[in-house]
Design a protein around this ligand. Sequence first.
Ligand code: PEP
Ligand code: MG
Length: 762
Amino acid sequence: MDTTERETIAAYEGPDSRRLLARLRDVMAGGGSGQDRLNEIVGLIAVEMRADVCSCYVMRAGEVLELFATQGLNQSAVHKTRLRVGEGIVGDIAAHARAMALEDAPSHPSFAYRPETGEDPFQSMAGVPILRGGKVRGVLVLQHKERRHYAEELVETLQTIAMVVAELVAAGELVNAQEISNQGDPVLLPARLSGVALNPGLAMGLAVVHRPQVTIRQMIAEDEGKEQERLSEALTAMHSAIDDLLAAAALAGLGEPRDILETYRMFAEDRGWLSRIREAIRMGLTAEAAVQQVQNDTRVRMSHLTDPYIRERLLDLDDLTNRLLLHLAGKKSEADGATLPDDLVLVARSLGPAELLDYDQRRLRGVIVEEGSPSSHVCIVARALDIPVVQVSDALNRIEAGDPLIVDGDHATIFVRPAEDIQDAFTQSMDLRARREEMYTQTRSLPSVTRDGVPISIQLNCGLLIDLPHLHASGAEGIGLYRTEIPFMVRSTYPEVDVQTDLYARIMDEAGEKPVIFRTLDVGGDKMLPYMSSGEEENPSLGWRAIRIGLDHPSLLRQQLRALLCAAAGRPLSVMFPMVAEVAELEAARNILNLELERLVEHGREPPSTLRVGAMIEVPSLLFQLPALLPRVDFVSVGSNDLTQYVFAADRGNPRTASRYDPLSPPMMCLLRRLVEACSEAGVSLSICGEMAGRPLDAMALIGIGFRSLSMAPPSVGPVKTMLRSLDVAALRQYMQGLFQRPDHSLRPKLKAFAKDHGVLI
Ligand code: PEP
Ligand code: MG
């Protein structure tokens, strides 16, 4: 658009929002039916906002938006014009729960003309979703005949008004309450729902629906000063409640969750968030309405963002909002209820880490959320507590409080009101699981040696402080992969050198005599840091990640290496570089390490007693440089997760391709066998730390081709040790000789048959 055109466009900042809210309050408090009040409200908005049209669409059963009231369109269209969610601009606003302000509405691709409304002469349009309880309940729209540019303030005012209208809709005065609660068709029959597994395990219990939604009775303030004061008091109460949780988490010895809660407390003190709430009170809202308005606004603004970190922070903010609303309402969290069942499964739209810890951990068996991801804070906490978590998108519509539930975190499934035979089957599975766990516990103190006497070193993959107790409990020899990026990912700011030093020192302290291999930051790809933007990448896993970032931003790598060297202080240190694609990269990284070592000595600090340097074998190009690589490293470790994705050109995170190729296939087995031979000739220690090392059958094949060191997640130690203690390596080696040249897609069936015939416990 050129400047002359823009100058002709009327700009309108918006009405005096305090006056408009005050008038709305009078309408809301006045008599008449819900429909009468809605008619009055659209009329009032049209006048105050100098709009030619103000219309309100309300969500009906079946995801249909019905025109409920209008000022400016044909009255005969009221209760007749209906749009599906996603249809037209109004449907688009509802589908994405986001505001739209269009100078030239008819040229928008979603524009759908409805002749019965008589809306053809209208040029510009601004609409906002009517949100309540995280759901879209309708859409509020302004239209103008003349073309105009809508200022952001106007859209914000419209959002505030939409909150007031939302109360009218939720009160059941427009659409009966039954229809509202039925939106989403509750099913009372037994149901089996598939979702996404966020944390493995099995659980059974009764549903406790976590609905922290507080009904806001009064939206418009009588006295601004009083509302600001109420907010301050509620904030103080909330801060002290979070402090109590922090203290309790510390008492319970929850290492990392405590860090997470601290990050969370920072959110609670976030000035931007608070000042937006205070501003909304200044506009005329009550403290509750202001808190809710800011949350709606944040959700709307961020709803289109797909960055998992930001989406998780949004869940944390939901949690904080709910807490603050509870404090404002002077209510206690429902987690306090003495009537909670002994075995409870928590069902929530979203859940923050603090909310999870509010519930009595002795009774909490499982969690079902509608939103969340495996790296969300609540999952990290749930993992520490060993609670299965499954994400099911419409869980709240399908589950009623008190419903018996089974959460199968191993198969991403939940059973709602399961039939008795299913309950019996799961009870048996849970008993079996408990017995198996018991058996694995017993292998802990037994030697990690095959039936024919070949010792196999079992190491752990860790990333959180709470993983460390497993190191001693599992009987593993050391940590074969410490993923340093995980502690970086759960923070909202970059950890300074001394914070990193403390963390690494704590890990070495906890590990004691057991060796730890620290892998330098492996971020990028699917592991983004909130405070480090790499911009959009078309192929993130082939993009700017791991050592590539470290070499392009040497200060980042230097700081991490400095922290590791300082933390070691006279103790042995092993450093491993991820995603090395060529020997020159390793050399460059090693030079940085040497510089930091010199600096350490110059500063008179004690260097590590030994310093071992290794590379991960994840990028196939490095396999073609083994003669140059092996003399330059003390050890290598196969990152089979990435190596498999690059060897087969199949995205490890894409379910369509991830399971298409099997690491137990001739190409991978041949390639890994050659690596074993090369390392053994060069006298370089070799390990493998990708997920396959922790799967008993895969681990068996790896041992068969010569691997003697496997690093895996803590729960895999028992099953893998049980397998190897029943394995005759010599027989397997001989059997596998005949497999490498086969044309098979996968060698898995043959290896399974071997295990069965030879009594290998897989
Ligand atoms: C791997 O790629 O196999 C590996 C261990 O690293 P990550 O899974 O952390 O990428
Ligand atoms: Mg990797």
